[in-house]
Ligand binder design. Structure first.
Ligand SMILES: [Zn+2]
Length: 207
């Protein structure tokens, strides 16, 4: 994918996420890894619904700003994910409604915030660990995500939102959408008795 195609791809996906309510205001940030090992990222303060190709931030993998507008301060943790997971080609971080609501619950299991009751999160992402709360942009978010990057595809940031990665921007976006729908189901089913998947059913999905 050329630089030009990658910019178009990022803008289309960001706009689609915005139009469908996954992102509001100027919240959330998305990045992808280009073939020359540079990063294309959404700029600071920009709405995902109205991005222009030229304003996208271009960075080196070590975080030096090459061109475009200044990147979001949250790009630090994107870099940590690329550095620690060679198959990570894109990062999606949003403050979508249901995942953010889930991230604010006090009794989350920090090893896996989503106890499986449908197959898809297990098949696509496996366990979804929780990063403790730190101020947005705090380097500790990058440090904690870096430690988990090699073995996970999705993460909840406590009292903040969620992060997914993938082997393409479409893949990372599909992971995010699946995760948000699952969080929505958790709240819809809140007062119901859920039939969770059994250990054997989960094992079969992980094969
Ligand atoms: Zn954020």
């Amino acid at each position: 994918m050329s630089d030009q195609q990658a910019r178009q791809n990022l803008i289309e996906i960001a706009s689609s996420l915005y139009q469908r309510g996954y992102a509001t205001g100027s919240a959330g940030n998305i990045s992808l890894l280009l073939e020359d090992n540079t990063i294309l990222a959404t700029p600071t303060g920009a709405s995902l619904g109205r991005l222009q190709p030229k304003e996208l931030s271009k960075l080196t993998l070590s975080g030096e700003h090459i061109s475009g507008n200044k990147p979001s301060k949250e790009v630090k943790f994107h870099l940590g994910l690329y550095h620690n997971n060679p198959s990570c080609k894109a990062v999606v971080h949003l403050h979508s409604l249901y995942l953010t609501a889930l991230s604010c619950l006090s009794d989350l299991n920090y090893q896996n915030a989503i106890k499986p009751f449908t197959p898809y999160v297990v098949m696509r992402m496996g366990d979804v660990p929780v990063i403790p709360y730190y101020k947005p942009g705090d380097i500790q978010i990058a440090t904690e995500l870096s430690k988990l990057a090699a073995n996970h595809q999705a993460f909840l940031l406590a009292n903040h939102g969620a992060v997914t990665i993938g082997n393409s921007l479409q893949d990372a976006t599909n992971n995010y959408e699946e995760l948000e729908e699952t969080a929505k189901l958790i709240f819809i089913l809140k007062d119901q008795k859920i039939k969770y998947l059994t250990e054997d059913e989960i094992k079969e999905l992980r094969k």
